[in-house]
Ligand binder design. Structure first.
Ligand code: GRF
Length: 197
């Protein structure tokens, strides 16, 4: 089976991107990471990607100011030039406009650090602790126009332990993110490849 060409979009440290790149190095993995794009030149994940031998570039969002769609057009152009077929958002801290979401409908995945629909948005770990839930986790979903709302592809659960700090809970969830995202990307890539016949 051929490998699906995947880009990972990041804004910061890129640990999920790293997990995806490493998983995709397995010979039988149905996808290859052909491009890592950041919206900031200084995203530390760019260096990590390059060290792993992956093309990594920034399309800085700052020069575009409030024109989010213009920035997305530049991002989309890079994705198309690189022959990308599927996009993984991994800590990409940008609200997307309908432009990019529609361009990649059914072909854009995101990982969110909560058991959606619980705790969409930011500060999910602190909010989970404050809410007193017994269970927390992460979700991989398809990206649609509503933030953190698209169809769920898979979730991983962790317990919230007595006395948990935000950092301790975040670390427990992150370990699961690094397992869940590569598994869900593989599943989605296989599904698309099979549908191509
Ligand atoms: C992860 O917790 C991810 O779920 C969230 O942002 C964080 C990014 O971490 N969307 P990293 O850049 O992948 O290390």
């Amino acid at each position: 089976m051929r490998k699906m060409r995947v880009a990972v979009l990041i804004s910061g440290r890129g640990s999920n991107m790293e997990a995806l790149v490493k998983a995709a190095q397995a010979p039988d993995y149905p996808a290859e990471i052909v491009l890592v794009l950041a919206n900031k030149e200084d995203a530390t994940g760019l260096e990590i990607a390059r060290a792993l031998g992956v093309r990594a570039e920034a399309v800085a969002s700052k020069p575009y100011g409030r024109d989010r769609e213009a920035h997305e057009r530049a991002v989309d152009a890079r994705l198309r030039e690189a022959g990308v077929e599927l996009v993984c958002l991994a800590g990409y801290m940008r609200l997307l406009t309908p432009y990019l979401v529609r361009r990649w409908a059914g072909r854009m995945l995101n990982i969110h650090p909560s058991l959606l629909p619980a705790f969409p948005g930011l500060d999910t770990h602190q909010r989970a602790i404050e809410a007193g839930v017994g269970e927390h986790g992460c979700t991989v979903h398809l990206v649609t126009e509503g933030m953190d709302e698209g169809p769920v592809l898979g979730q991983a659960r962790v317990p919230v332990l007595p006395g948990d700090t935000e950092d301790a809970l975040a670390a427990r969830v992150l370990a699961q993110e690094h397992r869940l995202y590569p598994a869900m990307l593989a599943e989605q890539a296989r599904k698309i490849l099979l549908s191509e016949g």
